[in-house]
Write a protein that binds this ligand. Structure first.
Ligand SMILES: [Zn+2]
Ligand SMILES: [Zn+2]
Length: 143
């Protein structure tokens, strides 16, 4: 996978990472939409992630199993991190060049409101399906 380089709006934080799944995926869940204003279009990059400007990152613990980061100077959303797997997912918009990554998956489609829809043909999964996949992989959730 090609190395992805990105930055926040003001440039205080830069990110270097690699896409572990080779795709862009959308999360339509209520929390992602409240956080970013619309579906979160993310690129999963695992734990092999490098930041510069770490002192400018504020981490918000959004649930028992996840935190979300943003730049404390310009407010750009920087990442969603699934803590049990130390898996970072970055907004696609942070990166200058996404290479040949394609938008191929949408999750929490059961929480998607009906005022928008993406035109791409994607694999669509409900929240229950995603949670079942994570539990099958050994992760547990309290609710
Ligand atoms: Zn910034
Ligand atoms: Zn979400």
């Amino acid at each position: 996978m090609p190395t992805l380089r990105g930055r926040c709006l003001c440039g205080s934080v830069t990110v270097t990472a690699r896409a572990v799944h080779g795709r862009i995926e959308a999360c339509h869940c209520n929390m992602c939409r409240r956080w970013g204003g619309l579906a979160f279009l993310g690129v999963q990059c695992g734990s092999g992630v490098q930041f510069t400007g770490e002192e400018s990152i504020t981490r918000y613990r959004s649930s028992d199993w996840a935190e979300r980061g943003f730049c404390r100077h310009c407010g750009s959303n920087l990442f969603y991190r699934f803590i049990p797997a130390d898996n970072y997912s970055f907004p696609a918009g942070l990166f200058d060049d996404l290479g040949d990554l394609a938008f191929t998956e949408e999750i929490f489609v059961d929480e998607q409101p009906d005022y928008y829809a993406f035109a791409q043909e994607t694999e669509r999964k409900t929240g229950a399906e995603i949670i079942a996949e994570a539990e099958a992989a050994g992760f547990t959730f309290d609710d």
